[in-house]
Design a protein around this ligand. Structure first.
Ligand code: GN1
Ligand code: MG
Length: 356
């Protein structure tokens, strides 16, 4: 039996594990799909504890949030379900100190890397909007901050500057153009964090990592089922969730396209996501509505800044499967930011029209 399969035996699963395959395209955790002799299937994940340093706090967050949602719904496929260890714990620590957890696999679900139609992106917006809506009455103070300052854009700039100063691999001088770009964008990109600090924007319970591949759709109907990857559920701005989803779902090309010129903003996708999100999660404040385009801009710039920082730092956070992988990722994000700048009026017009 291989290691992940042996680890699964520590959990209260139904039957014996019979097969186990790597699945998913996440950058942080390591994910397996396991089938058991009972016919039941499970998702087994090794939690990246160098990124998530407090697995207890993290799993308590997920348990609290998923049970809050479970109490509001009838269909069990509309929320993740944690499978506890045989000793009744939320995760298992293996001999080498790694932390592992198990979820029920959501049967008949579909996870997309890119939308095949505007309807797919609309459905992902319904999933993330519904998630926010279901957590409106959740006591945010109960949540641990799993990654402190996760979407604190000024702090991301501070880390960038510190990394450029250290420049451990001598890569900083070759990324002058990208560095100039982030510095030019700094003031605008830091505006949302400032407004949050000044209480001009409400603090809500947010997902904070709203890529399309963190949503499950029903494979038959292609309608929203639930959101996954709940590791970064923390208090935050709704603009983070909206913006990160536009970044990842409304772009042409892949996040790690070698040719950043092929990346641009699709206004039809922008419209579809905005429409689905506002439909599932009504009650945005006037300032939140007004700042939706800035949310998209900020999350895209911040993500590019994180890729650039990781490139200079030696690809230690996101990993790299080829030379310059994080630099390619950074360039696609910056190209998307530029394209948003060029389409600003159209983005604002779409938001205004849908908010009427
Ligand atoms: C990471 O784990 P994954 O691939 O869903 C990252 C996000 C980035 C994303 C970029 C905890 O998400 O913040 O936006 O990569 N998650 C963490 O693809 O850092
Ligand atoms: Mg993910």
């Amino acid at each position: 039996m291989n290691e992940p399969m042996a680890i699964l035996s520590a959990f209260a699963v139904c039957g014996e594990p019979v097969s186990c395959h790597r699945t998913g395209e996440g950058h942080i955790n390591c994910t397996y799909l396991v089938s058991c002799s009972s016919g039941r299937r499970y998702i087994l994940q090794r939690i990246n504890t160098s990124v998530f340093k407090d697995p207890v706090g993290l799993m308590n967050n997920i348990q609290a949030v998923t049970s809050h949602i479970a109490a509001k719904i009838r269909d069990p496929r509309r929320v993740l379900h944690i499978v506890e260890t045989r000793g009744g714990r939320l995760f298992y620590t293996s001999e080498d100190g790694s932390a592992w957890r198990v979820f029920d696999y959501v049967e008949g679900s579909l996870c997309l890397q890119a939308p095949e139609s505007t309807a797919d992106l609309y459905e992902s917006a319904v999933a993330f909007g519904t998630f926010q809506q279901q957590l409106l009455d959740f006591p945010a103070s109960q949540l641990s901050e799993t990654i402190p300052n996760f979407h604190n854009t000024p702090d991301r700039y501070r880390i960038f500057r510190e990394t450029v100063r250290r420049d451990p691999l001598g890569r900083a001088s070759a990324v002058q153009a990208e560095t100039e770009f982030v510095l030019r964008c700094e003031e605008k990109a830091c505006r949302i964090t400032k407004l949050l600090e000044q209480n001009e924007l409400p603090l809500r319970v947010t997902h904070n990592d709203t890529k399309l591949n963190n949503v499950l759709l029903d494979a038959r109907t292609r309608k929203a089922l639930c959101v996954v990857d709940l590791d970064t559920v923390m208090p935050g701005s709704l603009l983070f969730d909206y913006g990160d989803a536009i970044r990842s779902g409304a772009a042409t090309g892949r996040e790690d396209d070698r040719d950043c010129e092929s990346v641009s903003l699709r206004l039809d996708m922008f419209r579809a996501f905005t429409e689905g999100f506002l439909h599932a999660c009504p009650g945005l404040t006037p300032l939140e509505k007004q700042l939706l385009p800035l949310g998209a801009y900020t999350m895209t710039l911040e993500c590019g800044l994180r890729f650039l920082t990781d490139h200079i730092d030696g690809d230690r956070y996101f990993g790299a499967s080829r030379e310059g992988h994080n630099l390619d990722r950074c360039r696609t994000q910056f190209k998307l930011v530029s394209d948003m700048e060029n389409n600003w009026q159209q983005m604002e017009d779409i938001v205004k029209e849908l908010c009427l």
